[in-house]
Design a binder for this molecule. Structure first.
Ligand SMILES: [Mn+2]
Length: 229
């Protein structure tokens, strides 16, 4: 049994057919931790609450003696997540953001989806991109000029995605700094990464759809991103 101080999981998307449940359950059964941080989108939107994978997940996490901190994601926003309903006597408290003091540093935790509503440049970029995409499609349909849609996907989109990725990291590290935190742990964009910036260290838990990744905190406070191949 592997023992950690904390484990951080996000974007499991239980209830989705793409969720790598087998790997997840095997991993969870082999570890113990003082704290379990669920960093949003644990359950996918419109999932059936009597879904077998959700039941199994609940059974496993309830079999361990850990302190659960549940941070909601965009898939869990507008409804009561089945995880909360699970134990009516002792419902899980949920958060949109949470500051974890590990004795050495302050860690700012949030799912990350608030980025879309707060970052005005992101909104403008999204609108512009969809206009360019439509125009490219129109040009192609009229067969006026080469393959405009390919140009969009190969040239325009990657540049925009890189910009969005950078501004996402900037948004979260700024939030961390504002809240007097040296570290931020988030999810949402399904990209497991550790990036040191001048404002704060950015750690993204990744996901259990395209990757099998999670973050652990050792007893000395060291944070590590683990990716199961
Ligand atoms: Mn999300």
């Amino acid at each position: 049994m592997k023992k950690y101080k904390s484990i951080f999981l996000s974007d499991i998307h239980l209830g989705s057919q793409h969720c790598k449940t087998k790997k997840l359950f095997t991993m969870l059964q082999k570890i113990e931790a003082k704290n379990l941080f669920l960093v949003g989108d644990i359950i996918t939107q419109n999932a059936n609450s009597n879904n077998k994978d959700i039941e199994k997940f609940i059974e496993i996490i309830n079999s361990k003696d850990w302190n659960i901190i549940y941070i909601l994601g965009n898939h869990e926003k507008d409804r009561t997540a089945p995880l909360i309903e699970l134990s009516p006597q002792n419902p899980l408290k949920t958060y949109r953001q949470y500051i974890y003091h590990n004795g050495k540093q302050n860690i700012y935790l949030t799912h990350g989806d608030s980025f879309h509503s707060k970052d005005i440049f992101n909104k403008i970029l999204k609108l512009t991109l969809s206009k360019i995409k439509k125009t490219a499609q129109k040009i192609e349909d009229k067969k006026c000029r080469g393959n405009a849609s390919t140009l969009y996907h190969k040239k325009v989109k990657p540049i925009a995605q890189k910009y969005l990725h950078n501004s996402y990291i900037n948004y979260l590290t700024t939030l961390a700094k504002k809240n007097n935190c040296q570290i931020t742990i988030c999810g949402h964009i399904h990209l497991p990464e550790v990036i040191k910036t001048q404002k704060a260290t950015y750690l993204n838990c990744g996901d259990w759809v395209n990757h099998s990744s999670y973050i652990v905190e050792e007893f000395n406070g060291e944070l590590r991103l683990i990716e199961i191949p």
